[in-house]
Design a protein around this ligand. Structure first.
Ligand code: ASP
Length: 587
């Protein structure tokens, strides 16, 4: 037996026991007469002690052990004089009687401690060492726990886990596909799934009724902070359901996970906010409702009073920041700079503060009477001590900038506490999205999302006003999952493809298998998919998904540990009948 106990379990109650432990040397301290070693395994750290006076040979041996050596130690559990109450084993130590080196180690390139000295790139290159750090490991264990609880809940609800293929044909989630060349069929390619969307719908046609899968998906999108080319979804689909059935079922999943993983219980149903309302009150379709500070539209109230900026703007709106009336000129200038950042796109900021006596002072006092300003304070629900921040411009853009400003204010006010969770559903998304550049509509979700039956009549005349039974689960301002009720008849599906600019031939070529399947009695169905990496990160109080993936890619989409992507041999290219263009080779 390599070990009688782990490094995380011995306590005062074990005093006097003879034990054998095995693990890695985390740290060794040589205090003259005594040598101490912190021995680490997955379960914790136990202190080993060697006494120069009573056993000089053993102590010498211990002193030679380097960091990350793998050792086996046998000894007696004893009460420590210098206790460390921060760790479960901190009241005991092992008086070692025998120590064997099971393996040596090169000096690791960074310290294996919570606050390591290793930079990101180095830690990714030696990810297996990074994963030895307790905080990183606990993220991966949290992910495991989430996966187990997802399976437990969904299995309990009668869902069947079915695997779907990875070498498939292009799927329509709107991103670029990763493709895999075929050796057997030169010139032909598989695509890696952006999601199992079409397969889960086929499983509904096949009568599986309730499906789920914790599944890898692949999207070749532009690099962005914290985006992974491969990521994991909890993918689900159900038959013979209405939207409410799906929301209730998966609200149940969310509650189960919050309870089992975080010990949290939510009173009452999660709020369900229509998309249009989310946009007008929060300036985004993923509102963070841990705090209020909603947007108030002021367009009409401020028009025609002689302030050109507001008079000419198609939209004027404001947020009211509680208790910020005392903010300095400099702080407000910083906010103005913030909204002017190109990615926010605001032109500027007008402010008004509600003084202690209820009067309102503003940066536009010249144009507005005390009554006008009092009305703005009233409309925005502001009280004495609040700071009103007003923006004007084109509707959508201004709302989105106000939404960003709202988040920024909350950040500055410490209202985005990662230990507080505020889940909600956003419902009634538009079916389509107009793209100015290509002058056509795109599916807001994907082309299998059903239009609301009452809106089908506008599909050909006014597609922009068609809403869908599509919904997102949002937690703390992050979209955690999204889904929809699907089209299940070939006519509506063809109409949808037509609206998206597919010719009948193109639709048949790309999705003929689905259109055909729909001719054999497709049941009404719908589903949802959750971003598993992101949900886990949020449950871990973080917004960095990379920390919750055992072997992630860096933000250049590279795995620097295994060094990929990388070139392949000429023979492989020949077999695949592929030529690499010179330009790409030189880059
Ligand atoms: N397949 C969709 C996605 O990946 C989710 C769904 O509609 O179920 O976004």
């Amino acid at each position: 037996m390599y070990r009688t106990h782990t490094c995380g379990e011995l306590t005062l109650g074990d005093s006097g026991k003879k034990v054998t432990l095995a693990g890695w040397v985390q740290r060794s301290r040589d205090l003259g007469g005594m040598t101490f070693i912190d021995l680490r395994d997955r379960y914790g750290i136990t202190q080993l002690v060697f006494n120069m006076e009573t056993d000089p040979d053993l102590c010498q041996k211990a002193r030679k052990l380097g960091r990350e050596f793998v050792v086996q130690a046998e000894g007696i559990v004893a009460e420590r004089s210098n206790k460390n109450l921060k760790i479960p084993t901190g009241e005991i130590e092992i008086i070692v009687e025998r120590i064997d080196v099971l393996n040596t180690s090169d000096t690791p390139p960074f310290t294996i401690e919570e606050n390591t000295d290793g930079g990101d790139e180095l830690r990714m290159k030696y990810r297996y060492l990074d994963l030895r750090r307790q905080n990183v490991r606990s993220n991966i264990i949290l992910r495991h726990k989430m996966a187990q609880e997802v399976r437990r809940y969904l299995d309990g609800q009668g869902f069947i886990e079915v695997e779907t293929p990875v070498l498939i044909k292009s799927t329509p989630e709107g991103a670029r596909d990763f493709v895999v060349p075929s050796r057997i069929h030169n010139g032909e390619f598989y695509a890696l799934p952006q999601s199992p969307q079409t397969f889960k719908q086929l499983l509904m046609v096949a009568g599986f009724d309730k499906y789920f899968q914790i599944v890898k998906c692949f999207r070749d999108e532009d690099l962005r902070a914290d985006r992974q080319p491969e990521f994991t979804q909890i993918d689900c689909e159900m038959s013979y359901i209405h939207q409410d059935d799906i929301l209730n079922m998966f609200e149940g999943l969310a509650r189960h996970l919050f309870l089992e993983v975080k010990g949290l219980v939510f009173e009452g149903p999660f709020p369900r906010i229509p998309y249009d309302e989310a946009m007008s009150l929060y300036g985004t379709d993923k509102p963070d409702i841990r705090f209020d500070m909603r947007i108030t539209e002021l367009t009409k109230a401020v028009k025609g009073l002689g302030f050109a900026l507001f008079d000419d703007a198609p939209y004027v709106g404001a947020i009211s920041a509680p208790g910020c009336a005392g903010w300095s000129r400099k702080q407000i200038d910083e906010l103005t700079e913030f909204v002017r950042r190109p990615q926010i796109g605001g032109k500027g900021l007008v402010w008004a503060r509600v003084e202690a006596d209820g009067s309102v002072k503003s940066s536009v006092d010249k144009y507005y009477t005390a009554d006008d300003l009092a009305n703005i304070a009233l409309m925005t629900g502001s009280d004495a001590g609040d700071l009103i921040l007003i923006m004007a411009g084109p509707g959508e853009k201004t709302l989105s900038a106000l939404g960003e400003l709202r988040l920024e204010m909350a950040r500055r006010l410490g209202l985005r506490d990662s230990s507080v969770y505020a889940p909600l559903w956003v419902v009634d998304f538009p079916l389509l999205e107009w793209d100015d550049e290509t002058q056509r509509y795109y599916a807001k979700h994907h082309p299998f999302t059903a239009p609301k039956p009452e809106d089908i009549k506008y599909m050909e005349t006014d597609p922009g006003r068609v809403h869908a039974n599509a919904y997102d689960l949002v937690i703390n301002g992050t979209e955690i999952g999204g889904g929809s009720i699907r089209i299940h008849d070939p006519e509506t599906q063809s109409l949808m493809f037509r609206t998206l600019g597919f010719t009948a031939e193109e639709a048949q070529k790309q999705f003929g298998f689905l259109l055909n399947a729909f001719r054999y009695g497709a049941p009404p169905h719908g589903g949802i998919a959750f971003g598993f990496d992101r949900w886990t990160a949020i449950m871990g109080g973080s917004d960095t998904i990379r920390d919750f993936i055992a072997f992630p890619k860096n933000n250049q989409a590279r795995d620097v540990m295994i060094d990929t992507p990388s070139t392949i041999k000429q023979e492989q290219l020949d077999e695949l009948a592929l030529d690499i263009r010179k330009k790409a080779q030189q880059e």
